[in-house]
Each structure stands twice: as C-alpha cells, then as structure tokens.
Design a protein around this ligand. Structure first.
Ligand code: GLA
Length: 382
C-alpha cells in the first residue's frame, strides 16, 4: 500500500502552487461481519473498519471558489460558495459538495482527495469519502462535532444528493470504528460497543467479484420499500409494533405476500445472527462465527434475494476448503465482495485458490485481500 498521507500532501502542494494543506483528514472503508440489510430496519450489525481509507488534504481557499480535486479520477472542479457543481448523482464530487452544503464552511475550501478503497465494491468508499470530508469540514469550521451527527449528515448526503436510501451503518463505523475491534451496532437505538478481536488464529479475507453494482441502487431502494410496506401492514394489525426491530415471528407469518414474509424472515434472523456472532467473536469461537456467516449468506441469497451467481459461486468455492470457517456475500449485494473467515495459516492460499477458480469460471479476475489492521478516522495536522 502506498503512503497515502504523504502522497496526498505532495499532490496538494503541486496542485496549489507549492502551498501546504492545513491537515489531512482520513476515514476508512468498512467490512461487515454480519448484519446485512438490518441497519435501515432499526436492527443490529457487526461491521469493522478496513485497512484502506479516503484521505482529504484541505485548507481555506482564497479564490472565492470551492476548489476540489480527486487524484483517483484526475479531475478538478471549482464552484462558488453557496452554489452547486454540475455533476451527476454518483460522481465523487456529489459526496464532497453534499457534505459542504450540509456543513457550510465560513469561507470556500480547497480539498484534494485520494482513496485506496476499491470503488463500487461494497466496501463503503462513499461513506469513507463523506466522513473524511466531514472531518475536514469540522476542522475548517473549528466547531467540534458529535461523531453520530457527522454520520447522520453523511447519510443525509446519500439520500438527498446521491439518491441512495442507505442505512447508517457505513458512516458510523467509518467515523467511530477502532483498530482491532468490531463494532456491535444497534441502529434502532443508535448505540454501539467496541468488541475487541483478541486473537489472530483466523483472518478475514475480502474477495471482490468485480461485478459492479449497477442496478444495485434501485434494487437496494426496492428492498427498503418492501420492508417499509411490510412494517405498515404489521402496524395496521398491531399498532404497538412501530419498528422492525421489535417484530416477532407471528407477525411475519401473518403477512399475506410471501415475498414480504421472506424479506422479514431475513431481517429477523439476521438480527439474531449478529448477537450470536458477537458472542462468538468475544470467545474467539471461529467455528461458530463461520457458521453464522454462511447462514447469513443463505438467507441473503434465498430470502432477501440480493446475491448474484458470481457471489454464490465464490462463497461455495471458499466453503469447500478445510481452512475456511464460513463465507458470505457482503454489503448491499448484487455484486461487490464476499467476506470469508479462514485459518490464518491458510488465508493467503484460500484467497488465491478462490480467485483462480472464479477466474476460470467467469473469465473475470477477482481481487482478494487478506484484511490487515483496520484504520481509525483521524486528522493529521501539518
Ligand atoms: C449498503 C448500505 C448500508 C447497509 C448495507 C447492507 O452498504 O450503505 O447502509 O444497508 O448496504 O447491509
């Protein structure tokens, strides 16, 4: 991995005619061990930060314009304070300009951005971009912010400007996640606990199918709408039940549409799996954690229907190795990555073998990564 902070600082200097940024703000991407499609249903999740991040080098601007530059895309743009840049929804600048709009700085800003999180792979590069930009704005505004408020603003930016009705898991873990800890997150209560990962007999491997989640956003929003519809029906019969985090199996069984029963079955059992996984992590019970991962995959595939054939194949391949405790698709779905739990001594060979089998079957190169130590969001001043 390159030394991103130095690289972003150097690039900033070249871009701004030798001037140094004031600081570099950094926020990581995430993996999610289990608890998928539960966050927007007030449920539980168990994410942790990635060893890859987004870096934003920043200072106030004296040009009268916001000056933004992405090193990854080799693109720059400038626009006037209080205006909006002419960019499409999913453009990198949408997330940056969205944060600027929601957290207006007193003066225009200069921001140079560099990330090493694979894009569109379900590793929350956009949440990391929001949180790194948010941290930078927090410093430029010189007003300390509650991390949860910053995460909420990141979510608003997704909803309002990027048009993705995401939950809040990605932003929270990117902002508050700690090195060597997973985050037991209750998205209904908006509370969390840092769960130490104590021993390293097992490693997580992320394997990117490189199936881009093109349709994902509309399907993602569709799943959210289905859950909302199911909750309305349950509430009509039982007004006490105001959130899907409180549903019981009898609520689910009474729903008329089988598709809604399946969606909620996933949500109900996925919450149970998060509790189980959390206990397993605390005890370093890798067998149990692995079996929870695999059960989650089956549920995401059959009941929630957010997997795809490529991810199913990768998971089945991984599970065929003796050194693998379990595997599942990760994130919003319809492409992106799988997460695999393997014995440490087998992790690299499993990563390679699954990637090779995948390439042979789909003539597409997978990108495997044995997770290193997770990064914490922070700011480094110069
Ligand atoms: C995406 C969203 C999250 C969450 C996951 C699925 O990553 O951004 O809020 O809903 O999908 O668990």
């Amino acid at each position: 991995m390159f030394n991103s902070k130095e690289r972003v600082r150097e690039a900033f200097r070249r871009w701004r005619g030798g001037a140094d940024p004031l600081f570099v703000a950094c926020a990581p991407g995430r993996v999610n061990l289990v608890g998928e499609h539960t966050d927007y249903n007030d449920g539980l999740a168990l994410p942790m930060t990635l060893d890859r991040a987004v870096y934003v080098a920043a200072r106030h601007s004296s040009t009268g314009f916001h000056e933004l530059r992405s090193l990854n895309y080799q693109e720059s743009l400038s626009y006037r304070l209080g205006e909006w840049p002419a960019v499409p929804h999913a453009h990198w600048a949408t997330y940056v300009a969205g944060m600027i709009k929601e957290l207006p700085p007193p003066k225009p800003v200069e921001m140079l951005i560099l990330g090493d999180i694979p894009l569109g792979a379900g590793l929350s590069s956009s949440a990391a971009l929001e949180m790194a930009t948010g941290l930078a704005l927090e410093k430029l505004r010189d007003t300390p912010m509650d991390p949860l408020d910053l995460a909420r603003i990141g979510q608003v930016v997704e909803h309002k400007y990027a048009k993705v009705q995401c939950g809040i898991m990605d932003q929270i873990v990117s902002r508050v996640g700690r090195t060597d800890h997973a985050l037991f997150l209750d998205c209904g209560k908006l509370e969390w606990e840092h769960i130490p990962i104590q021993n390293r007999e097992a490693q997580f491997i992320v394997i990117d199918s490189r199936v881009k989640r093109k349709l994902a956003h509309s399907k993602y929003n569709e799943r959210r709408a289905e859950c909302h519809r199911a909750l309305q029906q349950i509430k009509a019969a039982d007004p006490q039940t105001t959130s899907l985090s409180r549903i019981q199996l009898h609520h689910i069984n009474r729903l008329e549409e089988s598709v809604l029963r399946r969606r909620l079955r996933h949500v109900f059992y996925e919450n149970e799996r998060v509790k189980k996984a959390c206990g397993a992590l605390v005890r370093s019970d890798w067998d149990l954690l692995g079996s929870v991962l695999s059960a989650s995959h089956q549920s995401l595939k059959s009941d929630y229907e957010v997997s795809c054939k490529e991810l199913d194949y990768m998971v089945t391949q991984a599970e065929s190795f003796a050194g693998v405790f379990g595997a599942r698709m990760m994130g919003g779905g319809f492409g992106g990555c799988s997460i695999n739990l393997a014995r440490t001594q087998d992790a690299h060979s499993v990563a390679e073998a699954v990637s090779m089998a995948y390439e042979e079957k789909y003539q597409r190169k997978a990108r495997a990564h044995v997770l290193g130590t997770g990064i914490e969001a922070h700011v480094e001043w110069f």
